[in-house]
Design a protein around this ligand. Structure first.
Ligand code: ARG
Length: 263
């Protein structure tokens, strides 16, 4: 995670960002800290990357890389405003001795667009990550990649439209995807939880699940109910300040998956 020390909305690269609307640093810091502390209470280990001045979106750590089997594919950002984040992640992983650390050749916004479901990487394109980044990720990680096309600019990253709850359980907002990708999702995840628009625009799909607890924006009440019906424990958090930049719980969270320990 990355503390929102320099968080602000100074430019607009998604429909949620309005640079004329003020952000309140104290509020973003306290909302983020509550999310951080909640993960700790749930038993997760949190590593922090130092925020860098003039990179106001760096709080969205999910975009920094994709990390799987100890291999690290560092992001290549679409917009110039965020390109400075990649060197920070290259250094962070390099200094900590992670195995293979490489920056993606094609535009690739990390876990914003790449989500692991079982052994498959679900990969979004349409707004940010380049279609060619899907093949690149498949070669880098040696895992099958299932490409999904996003069509609604409000849901510009895969993690704003779909959330992996467990190995093969997901929830998503169908209208965020092209008709073809909707068919692929229906086939692959016939029992998925389907989100209503009101929950999707509250960023309810930008959730972090450990297989039982699902941390999501508290405004997504419908989804919380659907999750509880399926036996999950939804935990609502208020990240309204970060939503001004088009991000919520999942965007703030990059999952680190080390290589399995050798016997
Ligand atoms: N303002 C950021 C951007 O548009 C928000 C990124 C949100 N991150 C995410 N994983 N969806 O790039």
């Amino acid at each position: 995670m990355c503390r929102p020390h320099y968080f602000d909305v100074r430019y607009s690269i998604n429909p949620w960002m309005d640079p004329t609307k003020p952000t309140v640093t104290e509020t973003s810091l306290s909302q983020w800290k509550r999310l951080h502390d909640l993960f700790v209470e749930l038993g997760h280990r949190i590593d922090l990357i130092e925020p860098v001045p003039d990179l106001p979106d760096m709080v969205f750590a999910a975009n920094g890389a994709t990390v799987l089997d100890g291999r690290v594919l560092v992001a290549r950002f679409r917009h110039s405003y965020r390109v400075g984040e990649s060197p920070a992640y290259l250094d962070w992983f390099g200094e900590r001795g992670w195995g293979e650390v490489r920056q993606a050749e094609y535009v690739n916004e990390g876990e914003g667009d790449f989500l692991l479901a079982g052994d498959t990487l679900l990969a979004g394109s349409g707004f940010r990550s380049d279609l060619r980044s899907h093949a690149e990720a498949q070669e880098f990680f040696g895992r099958p990649v299932l490409g999904l096309t996003l069509v609604d600019p409000r849901f510009y990253h895969l993690d704003t439209a779909l959330s992996v709850l467990d190995r093969d359980e997901v929830m998503y907002y169908p209208a965020a995807f092209s008709p073809e990708s909707r068919e692929v999702l229906a086939e692959r995840f016939p029992d998925a939880i389907l989100a209503e628009e009101a929950d999707a625009v509250a960023f309810g799909l930008n959730a972090v699940s450990d297989g039982l607890h699902v941390v999501l924006p508290e405004q997504a009440r419908g989804l919380a109910g659907q999750l509880a019906e399926r036996g999950f424990e939804p935990i609502g958090v208020d990240l309204s300040e970060l939503l001004k930049a088009g991000g919520s719980a999942k965007c703030c969270t990059l999952e680190l998956r080390p290589a399995p320990a050798a016997d």
